[in-house]
Write a protein that binds this ligand. Structure first.
Ligand code: MOS
Length: 717
């Protein structure tokens, strides 16, 4: 049997499309009560008083909880913060005092018999404030270096090699550009939701989470309780893109409400509240300077990044890392600074940092190619990074050259007339642009359990997550192959803290981390079978396998195993690579941009499931169209509030905006990086898409649009 590498359809697909998959808000608990939040309407200040009388009298209301009657929670500090949390500052302590730090901060919570009653009564809570002087504009905030704790974890204020300033000044060809993208929200279809249920001193949480073990750990610290008293369940996640990596305040609020009313409580955030209750991709302002010799050899790279964060936590990204890694260059300097605004804290969103840093870098590379009179692919090949110069390590594998060739061929790059504004289709200006994609590959320790039953079925489980990339399916494929069972005989289970520990379902690490634990546990189980079978060997036929268990009077056979990275991380750098090509049609009268084609070729190592990998990649391309053309928080600087906090006014690409998307994979496997040989797909799919589109728009129009999204009014301006 060989399921790995096959385009197997999603094993969880039927459950999802028939409504059998149970999401966090859908667990029907007896005696369930419903909570609704009262968000602050000022961005900074103090609560003077809260009048809850009218809300308390409203139909069905069980409790109105404010900082005046809520218990103080332990908020015990963590010895080590998980990487998904900001490394400096302090998480929002809910309903602890009168201070307001951002618009939309929960200042009260209503618990009622129905969701409608709770949400209705929440509008009756009257809050009086003394407003403070909020900082809501990046240009009025001081650019600050990251906290030392943040810098230690790969977000240095300054990093690089050589003498970048000197080399830039001396370079015969120079590019110096300022570019930016706006704040973006995840906008997953499933709203964040938590159901909390106490049984004496134990707590059960049904939560939308990319990391149930982390929810347990964080809530244990918030409530000052033992981790084994908390059980977290999250079998399905309806999209997240990073928004469910952290344990957000609504989990604490649900648990707090359930404790106070002594009933299970569901807190499902309203669509509007998602924009202030969970994080977002922080806006960045960047300056890129590239210096080159006349033959295109990069002599200097200087990239300055300024990003927004909140006043109470320092969320920082690796935005400045890609410019130090992606091309060969002896003189590199990157700087990274933060501006603290009265806003909720940003968080990871698909390819956090990398997608922002690469956006600016790849737009600058396009400008350099033009300044040199060089083909954009040729410039990149000329400066191809033979090793990771930032870590000074060789790559465990790299097939980026093949990516350029494969995507260029498929796209028909040779048909591109390099002259700007030279290609037309009727009234429309036609442009072709490209960019490099890169995303660092990591893997984390992970464990799994496998049970083979006497009826020939097997269950493999680990506390991982599947927010959509296909964990259920890929793991089932790996397990079926490793156990030698038909796919239908293998069940994969995840999303439960009672299962063996798994790392965060983020950073594109799941396949390389959890996947290898699945392989290891299946091998361990095969070892046990081998011991039973003795000289006869483990039977290949599932029927005979059943006979083997029966012969030994076993109802089941169980194994547990771990997998972890080894010393290869000290001797190699690992990353996924890609090349993205986009065609645009620009209407010069209206400034509208259509993207008829995006073609990407990727080196992601072994592709376990080409159907799902393709799905990941075209999803990333859709996100890239959003970043390039549509997505932005319409931020009211007077109020410190995102005004388009809904799916109608926050623009994302819809079907009519998306045309031909194609993802190609360069064959290969990276078995230095991990035994499966996969480098991870998810995040890289978004990288490079927006700059490829921006570069194509320049090629079509001759207008350098360096502030994303490139909206019609900007193009006409
Ligand atoms: Mo991804 S932003 O690590 O969920």
């Amino acid at each position: 049997m060989n399921y790995v590498g096959q385009p197997v359809s999603r094993v969880d697909g039927p459950a999802k499309v028939t409504g059998q998959a149970t999401y966090a808000a859908e667990f029907n608990l007896k005696n369930l009560a419903y909570a609704a939040l009262v968000p602050s309407t000022i961005a900074k200040g103090w609560i003077l008083g809260i009048d809850t009388a009218e809300a308390e009298r409203a139909a069905g209301v069980i409790a109105v909880i404010t900082h005046e009657n809520a218990p103080r929670l332990a908020y015990k500090g963590l010895e080590t913060r998980p990487l998904v949390d900001p490394q400096a500052g302090e998480q929002l302590h809910v309903l602890e005092g009168p201070e307001v730090r951002f618009d939309g901060q929960p200042v009260a919570m209503v618990v009622a018999e129905t969701q409608e009653q709770a949400r209705s009564a929440a509008t009756l809570v009257r809050v009086r404030y003394t407003p403070g002087q909020a900082i809501t504009r990046m240009d009025e905030a001081e650019a600050e270096p990251p906290d030392p704790a943040v810098q230690k974890l790969g977000r240095p204020e300054e990093a690089g090699r050589g003498d970048a300033e000197g080399a830039f000044a001396a370079a015969p060809v120079q590019v110096d550009i300022a570019c930016s993208h706006e704040r973006e929200y995840h906008n997953a279809i499933e709203p964040h939701a938590t159901i909390a249920e106490w049984d004496g001193d134990t707590l059960r949480l049904y939560d939308k989470s990319q990391w149930v073990d982390n929810v347990r750990m964080e809530i244990a610290h918030v409530f000052g309780m033992a981790e084994d008293k908390i059980h977290v369940i999250s079998p399905f996640v309806g999209g997240a893109f990073g928004s469910a990596l952290r344990t957000w305040p609504q989990v604490t609020l649900a648990a707090l409400a359930a404790k106070m009313v002594q009933r299970p409580v569901k807190l499902e955030l309203m669509r509007r509240q998602l924009y202030s209750s969970i994080g977002f991709r922080p806006r960045t302002l960047q300056r890129v300077r590239l210096g080159a010799e006349r033959d295109g050899t990069l002599a200097a790279i200087i990239q300055d990044v300024v990003a927004e964060t909140s006043t109470y936590e320092e969320y920082a990204e690796i935005t400045a890392e890609p410019p130090r890694v992606v091309y060969t260059c002896p003189n590199v300097l990157t700087r990274y600074h933060l501006k603290k605004l009265n806003s909720n804290t940003p968080c990871a969103m698909r390819a956090p940092g990398t997608v922002s840093g690469m956006m600016a870098h790849e737009m600058a590379m396009d400008e350099l190619a033009e300044a040199l009179g060089m083909d954009p692919i040729a410039l990149r090949l000329h400066n191809h990074a033979e090793r990771d110069q930032d870590k000074n390590l060789p790559w465990s594998s790299k097939k980026l050259r093949e990516c350029y060739a494969m995507a260029a061929e498929r796209f028909g790059w040779s048909r591109r007339d390099p002259a700007v504004g030279s290609m037309r289709q009727g009234m429309l200006q036609v442009g072709m642009g490209m960019a490099t994609a890169y995303y660092a590959s990591h893997r984390s320790p992970s464990s799994a359990q496998a049970v083979l039953y006497a009826n020939g079925t097997a269950v493999v489980r680990t506390a991982a997550s599947d927010m959509g990339p296909g964990t259920y399916t890929a793991m089932t494929q790996l397990a079926a192959d490793a156990l030698g069972l038909p796919l239908e005989m293998v069940d994969f289970e995840l999303g439960d803290t009672d299962m063996p520990k798994a790392p965060v379902h983020g950073g594109s690490i799941t396949l390389a981390s959890v996947g290898n634990a699945v392989l290891a546990v299946c091998e361990a189980l095969r070892g046990k079978l081998q011991a039973l079978a003795g000289a006869d060997g483990v039977p290949k036929d599932p029927q005979a396998l059943i006979g083997l268990l029966q012969k030994h009077g076993l109802a089941q056979l169980k194994a547990e195993a771990d997998a972890r990275p080894g010393d290869e991380t000290k001797t190699y750098s690992s990353a996924a690579f890609g090349a993205v090509f986009a065609e645009v049609h620009v209407d010069p009268m209206f400034g509208t941009v259509r993207v008829p084609r995006i073609i990407g070729a990727y080196d992601v190592g072994k592709v376990v499931n080409p159907k799902i990998a393709r799905s990941q990649c075209i999803g990333g391309m859709v996100g890239g169209v959003g970043m390039a053309l549509l997505e932005q928080a319409e931020w009211d600087m007077r109020l410190g509030r995102t005004m388009n906090a809904n799916l109608a006014e926050y623009l994302v690409p819809v079907n009519a905006d998306v045309q031909e998307l194609e993802a190609l994979f360069v064959p290969g496997e990276d078995t230095i990086f991990n035994p499966i040989g996969s480098k991870g797909v998810a995040e890289i799919a978004l990288v490079g898409v927006a700059p490829a589109i921006a570069n194509a728009i320049y090629h079509a129009t001759g207008k350098r649009m360096r502030a994303l999204p490139i909206t019609p009014e900007k193009l006409l301006g």
